[in-house]
Design a protein around this ligand. Structure first.
Ligand SMILES: [Zn+2]
Length: 439
């Protein structure tokens, strides 16, 4: 019989942090899975920002297919900024009531491309039971009402669906998580739900998402003691799942495991406003920037072209490279010179850039920040002095991957969904990318 499968995503966990945690003995659950499984590095997508990455994991496709372009972007149809939660100040700047709807409902119901099949849809269409805990890409076939009194709007998720206490397909007794942003509290909720699900063996596939580590690493930087302590908390949440099965060995008798992060993080010490170099183009462009990536959109009637937008950033120290389409190719502009994207040394740069620019919701010019720099969000917030991510650089892009009981090697985060479907003996939908290791 095919073992069931648990996917664990630890947001923002770098390979170095993972290896430190395993080698120090401070993370017994991670160490157990690493010892019993295969470990390798995989690459994230661009921009390496959580809504893009988690959607790529859940759909097995890059932004060119799933159409979620960034953490913050300009909707040409609605002529407004979509902000999934760079910071509370950024949400407020984008219009608070709208901005709370975007990450909770609209990302899955409206922005996610209808043709990008999710892992939950593919599995449940085949008669399997999928469960999702807190993962922001959750689209499935089952209608769920919120737990909030007075909110009538429903969301469509997998049959077992738990989302920060806002959606709960089953009563688990887990503490309500949504109003507390403290690092760890939402993972405590996830762990309680996960324990309930594993205790009942109530799924064939579980997507279990932990966000607390990323939060701590943003605040304190990816290489500090505070981030390492947060990873111990993530480890404890994963340990809760192992315990619920009766112990680590019993857990692996029942479940195959894929454990990875969605992107890395790098230290940031300096901050810039990406709007500043475009000040003379007011009314012609929209700048959407957050963390270490930005998108520049041309408004109808603009008198400039993407190449001129790119030149506008020459000499701007926060920018490492810009990307734009020209003919059939992607032009990477760096240090004041254009070149083919294939020449960039950044991990998997050409595929990531092409997929990002193939997204109809992407800007005409994409910006990847230089090492050590962050781009302030709409609300002026940033993580200078801590950690951040979003760019093409290696530190933002490489993620640790542990697989136990899986036949397929995962080289990109988009490999997860097709590998899981193959694990269950199911056909891979056309919308999912070919496995990176297979040419
Ligand atoms: Zn983050």
């Amino acid at each position: 019989m095919t073992p069931k499968l648990v996917l664990v995503v630890v947001d923002g966990m770098t390979p170095a942090a993972f290896e430190r945690a395993v080698e120090s003995g401070r993370a017994p659950a991670l160490a157990f899975l690493a010892e019993r499984g295969d470990y390798r590095l995989a690459t994230s997508v661009f921009p390496s920002l959580t809504p893009v990455c988690l959607t790529s994991i859940a759909t097995g496709a890059g932004p060119g297919v799933h159409h979620i372009p960034s953490l913050v972007w300009w909707s040409r149809q609605e002529r407004r900024i979509v902000e999934y939660g760079s910071s509370f100040a950024a949400l407020r700047a984008a219009g608070l009531s709208q901005s709370l709807l975007d990450p909770i409902f609209n990302m899955n119901a409206r922005h996610l491309a209808p043709g990008a099949v999710t892992i939950y849809e593919a599995l449940e269409d085949a008669g399997l039971v999928a469960a999702a805990v807190n993962i922001t890409c959750y689209r499935g076939r089952h209608r769920h009402l919120t737990t909030l009194p007075g909110v009538r709007r429903a969301a469509y998720g997998p049959s077992r669906f738990f989302f920060y206490g806002l959606f709960e397909s089953d009563r688990t007794g887990a503490p309500f998580a949504v109003r507390s942003r403290r690092a760890g509290s939402v993972d405590t909720y996830a762990a309680a739900v996960g324990r309930w699900l594993v205790t009942r063996d109530g799924f064939d596939f579980l997507a279990f998402y932990l966000s607390g580590y990323d939060f701590a690493s943003h605040a304190a930087g990816p290489d500090g003691e505070a981030a390492d302590r947060a990873l111990e908390q993530a480890d404890a949440a994963i340990g809760t799942l192992l315990d619920a099965a009766g112990g680590p060995d019993e857990f692996l008798e029942r479940y195959a495991v894929v454990l990875l992060s969605d992107h890395g993080q790098t230290s940031v010490g300096r901050v810039a406003r990406l709007e500043d170099p475009f000040a003379d183009l007011e009314g012609q462009v929209v700048v959407a920037a957050s963390n270490r990536a930005g998108q520049i959109y041309l408004l109808p009637g603009a008198q400039v072209d993407p190449a001129e937008l790119a030149r506008q950033l020459d000499g701007f120290p926060a920018v490492d490279v810009t990307l734009r389409l020209e003919g059939d190719g992607v032009v990477a502009r760096r240090d004041g010179a254009d070149g083919p994207v294939e020449k960039l040394e950044h991990p998997d740069a050409a595929w990531r850039a092409r997929s990002a620019l193939a997204d109809p919701n992407a800007g005409e010019l994409l910006v990847s920040a230089a090492e050590g720099w962050e781009l302030a969000d709409l609300g002026g917030r940033h993580h200078a002095g801590g950690g951040s991510h979003g760019s093409l650089v290696a530190g933002d892009s490489f993620v640790p991957v542990v697989t136990v009981g899986l036949q397929t090697e995962l080289h990109r985060i988009t490999d997860v969904a097709p590998a899981v479907l193959a694990h269950f003996g199911l056909a891979v939908p056309k919308s999912m990318e070919a496995l990176a290791g297979v040419s």
